[in-house]
Design a protein around this ligand. Structure first.
Ligand code: GDP
Ligand code: IMO
Ligand code: MG
Length: 412
């Protein structure tokens, strides 16, 4: 059976959660490998909406969900998210959710520092960057540390002291070791049953795996628009380091929004800080799933998407939010940049990139009720074919609405 990976091809929020939910029934194990509570993955089934931050979007299926070692976990938010899902009648227990014993924990001092110094980047303020910093600095506290309370106490006290120095440098209030420790000890027992050796579990499983990327390629700490990036690897390499296991992927699906959005700061060549951007934001409901911030909106950037295809070996594309373009008369598509010498996505000179657009005629028709390829208007098909030809990679599905059933299989 096919092992599948789903990767966001832009700056996140492409609609990965919806595709993971749809494909989860066809796989046995769903695996998150990067990011943490900064992710906001939405799944809409009939009139019910679910927003996943830490928990994999496959939790609505009957299958096993795994959070690999590359995921950073805020223990309080983890339990809160589980509680909220349970309230909605969703089964979440150690039977269907397993957390790696090597996940790094996000603690209050990470959040305090992120809030104090993450403004320039426009982070989600969830403490993600500082948690990954601790991992690299080799002082992080991991899920396995919850098993040894004496050692846990030593580490928490030591790290809080360290962070209080940094917080003081940023003129932010210091934090109490006792409070942090007490809070953590208060939740430890409830988290321990979820913790296990996830490498062993992935290696041993007999069925198929579905990997759920968080964020997007252009937010990758190595390959994105640095420094305006997150602190993990949403690219395919992150799937290996973030689980510790090599597996072959039969399907590598890139999720691409029919236009572009970005939350937070950083370069965005096709941004439309004007009426067009406003229109896309309104029609697309472009407000952050995690922070509620308005997302910056602009036209699709094909060289940027091609960069994502090349880096990750993407073999098929799921084009989302197609219906958001339903009322556009003319749709602009960035096919390159005007700057001399810039022939592909200019990851290091991106600030200066001036897009070259081609204009495609809109279809000006409702696609939200289309159930199959034949229901799509001619101009809609032409738009899809234009993008597919540009990449030379098939668009195999197109999203025409938020709901699980609003996804059309394509054979263009
Ligand atoms: P993710 O982070 O990649 O999972 O994406 P988000 O959930 O943050 O943002 C995508 C938003 O678009 C969510 O509100 C989805 O419900 C919605 N969405 C996903 N696919 C489609 C689609 O094809 N059409 C429309 N109109 N909305 C969609
Ligand atoms: P999903 O998985 C969109 C952005 C933040 C900020 C930058 C760094 O839902 O696609 P961080 O808190 O990670 O240190 O913030 O990255 N960012 C996202 N933008 N979707 C996300 O996740 C994001 N996760 C982080 O807005 O610009
Ligand atoms: Mg999101």
């Amino acid at each position: 059976m096919a092992n599948t990976i789903i990767i966001g091809m832009q700056w996140g929020d492409e609609g990965k959660g919806k595709l993971v939910d749809i494909l989860s029934e066809q796989h046995d194990v769903i695996v998150r490998f990067n990011g943490g509570g900064n992710a906001g993955h939405t799944v809409v089934i009939k009139d019910k909406k679910y927003a996943f931050h830490l928990i994999p979007s496959g939790i609505l299926s009957d299958n096993l969900n795994v959070m690999g070692n590359g995921v950073v976990i805020n223990p309080y938010n983890f339990l809160e998210e589980i509680k909220n899902l349970q309230k909605k009648g969703i089964k979440v227990s150690p039977e269907n959710l397993v957390v790696s014993d090597k996940c790094h924990l996000t603690l209050p001092y990470h959040i305090a520092l992120d809030k104090a110094k993450g403004k320039d980047i426009g982070t989600t303020g969830m403490g993600i960057g500082p948690t990954y910093e601790d991992k690299i600095r080799r002082i992080g506290i991991r899920t396995c540390d919850l098993f040894d309370l004496k050692r846990l106490e030593e580490k928490v006290r030591e790290n809080t002291k360290f962070y209080n120095h940094i917080l003081e440098f940023h003129n932010a209030p210091s934090l109490s070791e006792d409070n942090i420790l007490e809070e953590l000890l208060g939740v430890t027992k409830r988290i321990i049953p979820f913790i296990s050796d996830t490498e062993g579990l992935i290696l041993k499983h007999n069925g198929s795996l579905l990997y759920e990327g968080a964020q997007g390629v252009l937010l990758d700490v190595d390959h994105g628009t640095y420094p305006f990036v997150t602190s993990s690897n949403p690219t395919i390499g992150g799937a290996y380091t973030g689980t510790g296991v090599f597996i072959e992927f039969d399907r590598k699906i890139g999720v691409l929004k029919a236009y572009t959005t970005r939350v937070g700061n950083g370069p965005f060549p096709t941004e439309q800080d004007n009426e067009t951007g406003e229109r896309l934001r309104k029609r697309g409901g472009e407000f952050g799933t995690t922070t509620g911030r308005p997302r910056r909106c602009g036209w699709i950037d094909l060289p940027a998407a091609r960069y994502s295809i090349k880096l990750n070996g993407i073999k098929e594309i799921c084009l989302t939010k197609f219906d958001v373009l339903d009322e556009e008369n003319i749709i602009k598509v960035c096919i390159g940049y005007k700057n001399e010498g810039i022939t592909s996505f200019p990851i290091t000179q991106i600030c200066e990139a001036i897009p070259i657009y081609t204009e495609l005629p809109g279809w000006e028709q409702d696609t939200t009720t289309a159930g199959k390829q034949e229901d799509l208007p001619e101009n809609a098909i032409n738009y899809l074919k234009f993008i597919q030809n540009y990449f030379g990679v098939p668009i195999t599905t197109v999203g025409v609405g938020q709901r699980r059933d609003q996804m059309i299989t394509l054979d263009l």
